[in-house]
Design a protein around this ligand. Structure first.
Ligand code: 5GP
Ligand code: MN
Length: 371
């Protein structure tokens, strides 16, 4: 009940009109609460009639976002649907080997074309994000779209009122694992071909830190066992993702470790702070900074790692923790962000040095939690 009230408190009458499939004033029940996002199993029957489908994910898609959208794409086209994947922004080059990636539309570069496809869509799948603003410039087009919206995601606190059907399980390793479950639970396990398998393996692997995070439950290994049974070559995928750095990326990593890292032993915390001139000097592109923050947690005793990167339009934070320090709440409270318990992101409009100072000044409040 409390959760539902929280959702309601964020809704104005205008908001209500944006989601005609889900919420109208006439739909409010006796307690004046909007109906909840319906269970994904109620959506399954819709898979059997031909639809115009758009699949999208969060901005700057990572392995899980790109893997889940393309994995779902390769499944849905087998059912005869017309399917288009639209990414809100560009993505890292290390995802460019993925089957079907050449057909993905970058919303930022092709707004008119993407908008026309969204206008024609009868179903939009929203994968690997919990809140529409994670799609950046696609937030308004998605909110305004009148078609059925389906959420499949594993982030904390989803914006349920924005979706007609969906499943949100924070216990799941990755959205790719959830798309696998979606296909199996809908009765289409036989449609998991090698293209689907390659895409879904990618996201499970990247979101579990190559199967080492606590989210790697037995279900993950059972899924991977099935993908192996149908012929997946997993080593190739590890190589495609991790062994494709250029020299400048390695040199930049060295530079950041030597010059842009600070260890705050009192709080078992370490941070990287990257200025825009550093990115220019080393010709750093989208994706080149991915994984850098994880180095911090390889230091003995470090429980909280953070990186702030000076992007053109904002300072982008990434937070990682080990054990029971909740970075999702930290990011939500202080840096307009969120994510998962042990991995989250946020942002700031302040200059790098100012936002870093803010971060450091917060640490005394968490001294106990970080011991
Ligand atoms: P990363 O630090 O790798 O960008 O993100 C870590 C996790 O937090 C990912 O699951 C990502 O989707 C999520 N995340 C990153 N930035 C944000 C943000 O600003 N808001 C929310 N809600 N989640 C974020
Ligand atoms: Mn994910």
């Amino acid at each position: 009940m409390l959760k539902e009230l929280r959702h309601l408190s964020g809704l104005s009458k205008n908001n209500l009109c944006q989601y005609p499939n889900q919420i109208s004033l006439f739909h409010l029940n006796a307690a004046n609460l909007p109906p909840r996002m319906q269970s994904i199993s109620r959506f399954f029957p819709l898979l059997s009639s031909q639809a115009n489908i758009v699949i999208t994910c969060h901005q700057k898609p990572d392995g899980d976002a790109m893997g889940s959208t393309l994995g779902l794409y390769h499944f849905l086209i087998q059912l005869g649907h017309k399917v288009t994947v639209i990414s809100p922004t560009n993505w890292a080059d290390f995802l460019n080997w993925m089957p079907g990636v050449d057909k993905v539309i970058n919303y930022d570069y092709n707004r008119q074309k993407a908008q026309a496809i969204i206008d024609e869509a009868t179903i939009i799948f929203c994968l690997d994000f919990n809140i529409l603003h994670r799609t950046k410039n696609m937030e308004t087009p998605l909110a305004k779209a009148k078609c059925i919206k389906v959420l499949i995601d594993h982030h904390e606190q989803p914006q349920e009122e924005a979706f007609d059907y969906g499943i949100s399980l924070t216990s799941k390793s990755s959205t790719c694992e959830m798309v696998y479950d979606f296909i199996v639970d809908a009765g289409y396990k036989d449609k998991i071909n090698l293209d689907v398998a390659k895409c879904l393996y990618t996201g499970v692997m990247t979101d579990t830190g190559s199967f080492r995070f606590p989210s790697t439950k037995a279900s993950v290994h059972l899924m991977v066992a099935y993908l192996k049974e149908i012929g997946l070559e997993h080593s190739e995928i590890h190589s495609n993702i991790f062994d494709c750095s250029l020299e400048n990326r390695l040199r930049f990593t060295g530079f950041a470790l030597v010059n842009r890292m600070e260890v705050l032993y009192q709080y078992n915390t370490a941070i990287f702070y990257i200025y825009s001139q550093d990115l220019r000097q080393y010709d750093i592109k989208t994706g080149d900074t991915e994984g850098l923050v994880n180095y911090l947690l390889t230091m003995k005793g470090i429980r909280f790692g953070a990186i702030v990167i000076d992007r053109d339009e904002e300072r982008k934070w990434s937070f990682r923790s080990k054990g029971d320090f909740d970075v999702n709440t930290f990011a939500r409270l202080h840096f307009e962000g969120g994510g998962h318990f042990n991995a989250a992101g946020g942002r700031s409009d302040e200059k790098v040095d100012d936002t870093v100072n803010k971060f450091k000044q917060l640490l005394p409040n968490y001294e106990q939690a970080l011991q």
